[in-house]
Design a protein around this ligand. Sequence first.
Ligand SMILES: [Zn+2]
Length: 272
Amino acid sequence: MADEGKTKLTMMTSGTMHADLVWLLIDPSRMLTPDNKNAKRDWVEVPTHVVLIEHANGEKLLWDTGVPRDWESRWGEAGLAQFFPCDAVDEEMWLDSRLNQLKLEPGDIDYLVLSHLHLDHAANAQMWAGTDTKIIVDEKEKEGALSFDGYSQGAHIKSDYDGLPLTTINEDTEIMPGVTILQTPGHTWGTLSLQADLPDSGTMLFTSDSLYLKESYGPPPIAAGIVYDTVQWFESVEKIRGIEEKTNAKVIFGHSADQLGELKIGPGNYYT
Ligand SMILES: [Zn+2]
């Protein structure tokens, strides 16, 4: 095999939601105005993805966990099932299906990195309860996500992550050679991005919800309906842009249906 001994990065879809585009893009050109009071709303596909890195050193890292099979009840209790229905998920896309396709058990993953603890990223994290997998989140994300009482706050559902042993980082951290977790807060208390420097494919930068879509990136950037700290969010966008310019990175947006067609999507297809 030509790729034997190389680091392999596999990006996989992990369940598609639908939502009003306003949640993703507060775009003035789509706002109602006196001349345009009947503008149509956009009900758009919002895909999710996970990334598996099988490192040349033998370790495995999984980035995010997609959406849950029981979204209707779980998200219904948070009042969000109607806003983000997971109504376009093929059986093969659920995370447990993906792991089966890869012939992996949760415990085979050395590092589970959660970009943040929102309901469409951390939803399947409890699959790692009782394993030796290191579950990594940003320190401020953990603090914030455990700071409230009750079932949920915004798009954080406590039972998604409560009780898990969460290892935290508080600076940009290289987890494995050439694989770095970047702090890009703003969308939530501690949203992370993933930078993978690959020998053949170059640098890939997975932004998660720090950038939902190409339009979010601009320039100029367009903020989203859910932003914890707008000032930090704009700073994080420019941090991403700085790394993109320095490394000539390919920037992969968190929820872009348009971009999926331009990428190698696995399992079976991967970047080296
Ligand atoms: Zn989010």
